[in-house]
Design a protein around this ligand. Structure first.
Ligand code: BEZ
Length: 391
């Protein structure tokens, strides 16, 4: 059995066989504890499925080393250092939090180790702090939220109150939304940024939103904070008079069942929903569901596509830090999210964005796609992409 498959089954590191010359050593840097632990586990599940499904397209074998970033920039930096200097990995995959990505960026760039970003949307990593070593297969914070500002204004919503956790992702997502919403004639009538990883009671913030007179509330929350927020929003009885919108991490299929009826009617924008109608997505949903017993979320598809990108790069003959960095920047394929490619100006993914409503379906809550907004490349945001690294 090929070791790429063994790696996907979590067995590669326990094999007492010498590494084959063509092995690519992969460091998986994900939160396996903290508020984003479920996101990390889901990305890993998607990544393993991608390795198992596409690994047969190359003879290259992959050794996987996994490290827990927690949701802590200093802890993540220590783990990245270990993978890069001690383990001498050829490539790293992962990072969920924008704060963690900001913390490891200089280390990755300075050491010249390719990083496939499998979640963190930090705009700067493909903007002013871009690097030929950083390729994003997930989304950027601006990319998801900009189209939603325009779309909501087009729906006749005139005033909005915004809420998000107080860290890079929350600030960037809300700024991007506010920029296009106000450009389209809308008004932000109030904003709050809640202490990240510390807020359990959203009551005081919801009271402010309720008394603001806004037409709607727009938020970014993910993981455990998203579950708590949506439930509390519902128990305050706000949804009817003050409809809730946001980026789709709010009602991710990963935890929407934990939110239950409270999530019904929430409208969000995202680069993936398991109900997207295309052949690649149908195949992915079937194989992920067979493997895990649940429908895949955006986090699963990001892990799956990160594995596929790595395999596409390996198929070109790339097998070390420099050649992998160059090959990853040139990846493009039609996957479960539709047509996607990497923008050479920033190394950020270009992909469509979908607006969906969480509705009750036959087998529980599901995602009803309301609109597909056109694929849009991010503005370069100060990125001066260095020439490809020499091999
Ligand atoms: C971020 O920190 O970039 C992030 C975390 C969870 C979901 C989406 C974005």
């Amino acid at each position: 059995m090929k070791r790429s498959i063994l790696a996907a089954l979590g067995l590669a590191t326990s094999l007492a066989m010498p590494a084959a010359a063509e092995d690519i050593k992969v460091g998986l840097l994900l939160p396996f504890s903290g508020v984003y632990a479920s996101l990390g586990n889901e990305i890993e599940a998607g990544f393993n499925l991608g390795l198992a499904e596409f690994g047969g397209e190359t003879d290259v074998t992959f050794e996987i080393l996994r490290e827990d970033t927690e949701v802590s920039p200093p802890a993540a930096l220590g783990k990245a250092r270990k993978l890069i200097l001690q383990e001498q990995v050829d490539v790293m995959v992962g990072i969920v939090s924008s704060g963690v990505l900001g913390a490891v960026r200089d280390m990755v760039h300075g050491a010249g180790v390719p990083l496939i970003v499998a979640n963190a949307g930090n705009d700067k990593a493909t903007g002013a702090a871009c690097s030929p070593y950083i390729t994003r297969m997930s989304f950027s914070n601006g990319q998801i939220n900009r189209p939603m500002g325009t779309w909501m204004a087009e729906q006749g919503i005139e005033t909005v109150y915004t809420l998000a956790p107080d860290y890079a992702a929350g600030r960037q997502m809300i700024d991007a939304f506010a920029e296009t919403f106000t450009a389209a004639g809308g008004e932000i009538v109030g904003q709050d940024f809640t202490p990240f990883q510390k807020t359990q009671d959203f009551g005081p913030y919801l009271a402010q939103a309720a008394s603001s007179g806004a037409d709607a509330v727009y938020v970014f929350y993910a993981g455990g904070e998203a579950i708590a927020f949506v439930k509390q929003y519902d128990s305050f009885g706000l949804q009817e008079d003050l409809p809730l919108y946001g980026s789709g991490f709010l009602t991710s299929p990963l935890y929407v069942n934990a939110q239950g009826e409270a999530a019904e009617g929430v409208v969000t924008a995202l680069h993936y929903a398991p109900t997207i109608d295309n052949a690649a997505n149908a195949a992915f949903v079937a194989s992920f569901t067979a493997e895990t017993g649940r429908v895949p979320s955006e986090f699963a598809v990001q892990g799956y596509d990160a594995a596929r990108a790595l395999i596409e790069a390996a198929k070109t003959g790339a097998n070390n830090r420099e050649t992998l960095a160059n090959a990853l920047r040139q990846v493009s394929f039609d996957g479960p999210r539709g047509e996607m490619s990497i923008d050479p100006a920033t190394n950020n993914i270009i992909q469509p964005v979908y607006v969906y409503e969480t509705v009750a379906g036959e087998g529980g809550l599901t995602q009803q796609v309301l609109a597909q907004l056109p694929a849009e490349a991010d503005p370069v945001n100060g990125c001066e992409m260095a020439a490809p690294v020499s091999n």
